[in-house]
Ligand binder design. Structure first.
Ligand code: GLN
Length: 306
């Protein structure tokens, strides 16, 4: 059986304000997504969007915005509200996966009231708001673990702002650490496929399951909807068990006959598992350091081959 050139699955990630919001290694999230896509033969293109750059949502499949100090957040807030806000809202309402960390998370809520100076207007993607308690109040700093989706997420937090949720769902429940406000045990926020969190670290290298969750959301959103002749279909089993691979000129590049196991194999959008032993060792190390021994044992049992 021979295949003509098979187009790889491709994704484009918009990295918002890479030069302004890049605290505590948040760029590690981009590197993790790139490596996990590359390991599966998925082409992930990363485009930086700085102050003054327009955000055309149709050009992207996922978005990332990192954290920053108050002084970096102020100009970003203005640009986000005045220039990129409409495009970002359109992306979110179209279920594009968005990851917003700390300062970026705060600016996707209604507002951030810093320790000094005027409120920073946010986009209101998350029905939430953030208030800094002032320079005399200790910051929320340290390792953090939370429950998410039946498992755990771990990271490092460092924020003065306290975030309070309106109707926004929390990302998870704090198991150890401060979380949104060190009061109500919530951490982060979710709206459609937009995820806000205080977890630096960076987040994704120690949480491979969450990284794959974001990649899967982006793939399913991009390729599941390609069901008309005019766009590139990743793969589709046609009738009588043939695989048809087309390009936009609708010339059939390859018609191949599926073997029985291929015809029943999981969709090409199903991410192949990777050897995440190192990632889960780092994850469980944080859990142990926080005294969450049962959660650490569960993570080892589930994710590290004995
Ligand atoms: N400047 C914001 C705060 O202190 C966000 C900090 C961050 O992004 N780490 O709450």
């Amino acid at each position: 059986m021979t295949y003509a050139s098979v187009k790889p699955l491709t994704l484009t990630l918009g990295h918002l304000y890479p030069d302004q919001l890049n605290l505590y290694g948040d760029r590690g999230n981009i590197m993790t997504l790139q490596r996990r896509c590359q390991a599966r033969g998925i082409e992930l293109r990363v485009v930086g969007l700085g102050i003054g750059d327009a955000l055309a949502p149709d050009e992207y499949d996922m978005l990332f915005i990192g954290g920053g100090q108050d002084k970096e957040q102020a100009p970003v807030a203005q640009d986000l509200y005045e220039l990129k806000g409409i495009g970002l809202w359109a992306a979110v309402e179209d279920d594009m996966p968005v990851l917003a960390v700390c300062g970026g998370f705060q600016l996707l809520a209604h507002y951030y009231r810093p320790a000094e100076g005027p409120d920073m207007r946010g986009l209101g993607v998350f029905d939430a708001w953030t208030i800094h308690k002032g320079a005399r109040v200790a910051r929320c700093i340290g390792d953090i673990a939370l429950s998410w989706n039946g498992t755990t997420l771990v990271g490092f937090e460092n924020h003065g702002g306290r975030t309070y949720l309106g109707t926004a769902k929390p990302l998870g429940k704090v198991l150890k650490g401060f979380g949104n406000n060190a009061e109500d045990h919530t951490e982060g926020a979710i709206y459609r496929n937009a995820y806000g969190t205080y977890l630096h670290g960076s987040l994704l290298p120690k949480n491979p399951h969450f990284a794959d969750h974001l990649i899967s959301l982006a793939l399913k959103r991009k390729y599941k909807e390609d069901d008309d002749e005019s766009t590139i279909a990743a793969f589709s089993a046609t009738n009588n068990g043939q695989r048809l691979e087309q390009d936009t000129s609708e010339d059939v590049l390859a018609v191949t006959t599926l073997t029985k196991e291929e015809a029943t194999s999981p969709s090409p959008l199903t991410l192949a598992p990777l050897d995440d032993t190192l990632e889960w060792e780092a994850h469980t190390y944080i859990l142990e350091r926080l005294g969450l021994h049962n959660a650490a044992t569960a993570a080892i049992r589930t994710h590290i081959k004995q």
